[in-house]
Design a protein around this ligand. Sequence first.
Ligand SMILES: [Cu+2]
Length: 167
Amino acid sequence: MTEEEKRPQEVSQKHRRYYLWEALFIAMVVVIVIGTPFAIYWWNSSVVASYDSDRVINIIARYDVLDPTGRWLVQEGDGWNYGDITAPYEIRVKQGEKVTLRITSFDVLHGFGLEDYGIKSEQIYPGKVTEIIFVANKTGRFLFKCTIECGVGHNDMVGELVVEPSS
Ligand SMILES: [Cu+2]
């Protein structure tokens, strides 16, 4: 076999190897893109199931630049529905319940302050869940606010904790 005859074969073999890597890479991307939401869903629901609180309430702090409005999206159970801007600004519990708030941010840094219960969170980051656990021992309506100057809609970020009598 002369050198001239060998060359085309080498080239096509190299190409085949290249396509194999490309196919592998595409398969990996597909697995990550499709698998990530499932993994997050599974992780969230397993975490919720493992709390020993009476109530587990998810809250998303969301600052909308276009409105511009700051919002608290209060979602009980295993929801993390970032787009649900009609979610109430209200946390409703019964007296004596042990409450776990799992707060995250949609966008920028926020803070959660519930003065009447002596609660002031650390900084709430997007993509990270900040937990606050307390026992709702006082009945009434208590305001909670954003404690970090997050933008023009910052002052709108006022919600209410409603603690109903247990009897
Ligand atoms: Cu704020």
